[in-house]
Write a protein that binds this ligand. Structure first.
Ligand SMILES: Nc1ncnc2c1ncn2[C@@H]1O[C@H](COP(=O)(O)OP(=O)(O)OP(=O)(O)O)[C@@H](O)[C@H]1O
Ligand SMILES: [Mg+2]
Length: 204
């Protein structure tokens, strides 16, 4: 994926100094000498939703994984709220306000829905009840079925659990890898969005 690959900015441009997340010239890949990202740059400002569109194998998931410290970054930077977070591991990123919903393997399938949401809060367990109320107000099904094992859910329902888990920590930036429409919060919330491909969200 090169920097020209279709990162589609929202319609209202604002100054780049307002970026909640800014990726600059990212070069990254899984194997030494084989780069999947070859100078990828995107940015999202507060409240913006950025869609990343490309064919299968283009590197959309790789970009999000590189931003979330799951793929080795060879050069370039990822800055979140003015802090360089390039290469930091996922647990550190969560405490710095970054949430990630993977495309696959995105729930703890032997745990219940409620336990999956608890996993999202393991670094701030005292706030669990309050965040659980918030997340289940976005996704009422998760509250109603809190005792159900995540492994018995459909793919879209698992995405809902994964998104709920990421939202438990109230992230400033939410990285969503191919969220299906069915897993998006209801339209009454301002966090709702309509997208069918990988997205980066600078949350309000
Ligand atoms: N764990 C891995 N090890 C080595 N190569 C990988 C790994 N994961 C992905 N790749 C390769 O990286 C390239 C980009 O894959 P990626 O998953 O980022 O594509 P994508 O744009 O998300 O595709 P899709 O639309 O199918 O989800 C592909 O050529 C893929 O084979
Ligand atoms: Mg993908």
């Amino acid at each position: 994926m090169s920097s020209s690959t279709s990162a589609v900015p929202a319609a209202q441009p604002v100054s780049s100094g307002d970026a909640v997340v800014k990726v600059t010239d990212l070069v990254a890949g899984y194997l030494p000498g084989v780069n999947i990202l070859n100078g990828c740059s995107i940015e999202a400002r507060k409240g913006e939703l950025i869609g990343i569109i490309g064919p299968n194998g283009a590197g959309k998931s790789t970009l999000l994984k590189a931003m979330f410290g799951l793929v080795k970054v060879h050069s370039g930077t990822v800055v979140v709220r003015g802090q360089d977070i390039t290469g930091l591991k996922a647990n550190k990123l969560v405490t710095r306000g970054v949430g990630f919903v993977p495309q696959t393997n995105n729930v703890f399938s032997t745990l219940t829905i409620e336990e999956n949401l608890q996993m999202g809060m393991f670094q701030r367990p005292k706030d669990f009840a309050q965040r659980f109320d918030f997340v289940t107000s976005l996704f009422p099904e998760l509250g109603k079925r809190r005792a159900q094992r995540a492994g018995s859910l459909s793919g879209g329902e698992r995405q809902m659990v994964a998104m709920g888990r990421a939202l438990m920590m109230d992230p400033a930036v939410l990285l969503l890898d191919e969220p299906p429409q069915a897993s998006l919060p209801s339209s009454r919330t301002k966090r709702s969005c309509a997208c069918t491909r990988s997205t980066v969200r600078g949350c309000p």
